[in-house]
Design a protein around this ligand. Structure first.
Ligand code: FMN
Length: 321
């Protein structure tokens, strides 16, 4: 997630048992192939066998519309250590779409195929290749043709955010349509969109029939969500409680601050990232102290305030979708 799942957040989130892999923010390839040094700058994990410090694989996401530039960039990323290349055909941001990237390409299925084909032929079998898509630009049944092209191009799987670009992040997600795709294609599908809690996951699994799931915002709002889901999927990991207790939240925030400070000495960066993260918590759970936290001007004040903050009154605010 652009501006969210950067190195410190990936490091923190994967330090808890649950995620089987994570994905970088997108790296945009517009007019030039980026030089080799840019790839580990985007994902420091490339210097460490494409794994986070806890050993969880990191997939490298590219965004753009030019097959040759994307293929050459993917090739360099793989030379620098990437083990998976994920192509973003889902970003709905107007600035990205105006420059021929993200969800805009969903309008041209032949371009999706030629982009993925070109990348596949450039990287061969040295890395896996996946596509991240939405259901369509405006029309959600376009997803059938898109998935057909993704599969035909030789990608290894597709992750489907069950909304159109026109929907942005508005409800509802259409997990039923993912279920239809799953039935129609013998191609691996990762279901994504609005899995905010364990019961959402159970419904998503029931409706889509999928075996693979991606959580974004739900994993930020509840850092234990991936653990609960992974255990349900039969992955043998240490069990965490369903939602962090107050002490765990405080420890997690301190851990995240430490990680963030180790990669950036800009104190505002760490403070704004903590606020951003707790903003995702507030999207779903009542957290009265957020108003106080939002007004804090420096990270040391936040650290001093932490012992007085209660994270204990957390119950789901809304039922999902
Ligand atoms: C702030 C923000 C940034 C995002 N950036 C990316 C991105 O860089 N690449 C990507 O594939 N998806 C990105 N997404 C979409 C998410 O990966 C995901 O598909 C979407 O949030 C729906 O899943 P969720 O309900 O589990 O969050 C972003 C979403 C948000 C809210």
């Amino acid at each position: 997630m652009e501006g969210v799942t950067d190195l410190p957040m990936r490091t923190f989130q994967t330090s808890l048992p649950g995620y089987t892999h994570c994905v970088t923010e997108f790296l945009r390839i517009s007019h030039n192939v980026l030089p080799k040094k840019c790839y580990p700058r985007h994902a420091n994990e490339l210097n460490h066998n494409a794994k986070t410090p806890s050993g969880i694989p990191v997939h490298f996401q590219l965004l753009g519309g030019n097959p040759q530039l994307l293929a050459a960039s993917a090739s360099l990323a793989v030379e620098r250590g990437a083990k998976n290349i994920d192509i973003n055909f889902g970003c709905p941001a107007p600035t990205v779409n105006k420059r021929d990237g993200g969800a805009t390409i969903l309008q041209y299925p032949d371009r999706i195929e030629s982009i993925l084909k070109e990348i596949r032929s450039a990287i061969g079998t040295k890395a896996s290749l996946s596509a991240k898509i939405r259901l369509g630009w405006e029309n959600k049944t376009d997803v059938f043709e898109t998935v057909n092209r993704v599969a035909k191009a030789g990608a290894d799987w597709v992750t489907i955010h069950a909304r159109t670009k026109a929907q942005g992040y508005q409800p509802p997600v259409d997990w039923e349509l993912i279920g239809k795709i799953k039935k129609e294609f013998s191609f691996p599908v990762v279901a994504n969109g609005d899995i905010w809690n364990f019961s959402d996951f159970l419904r998503c699994r029931e409706i889509t029939g999928c075996e693979h799931f991606m959580v974004g915002r739900g994993g930020l709002a509840n850092p234990h969500l991936a653990n609960r889901i992974a255990r349900e999927l039969g992955i043998k990991i240490q069990e965490l409680n369903d939602f962090p207790n107050s002490t765990e939240w405080k420890n997690y925030i301190l851990d995240f601050i430490k990680i963030s400070q180790s990669v950036s000495n800009n104190p505002n960066y760490t403070l704004s990232r903590v606020k951003q993260w707790l903003g995702y918590l507030c999207l779903r759970y009542p957290f009265a102290h957020y108003q106080t936290i939002k007004r804090i001007q420096n990270i040391d004040d936040l650290i001093s305030l932490l012992p007085d903050i209660q994270f204990s009154t957390i119950h789901e605010k809304h039922s999902s979708s």
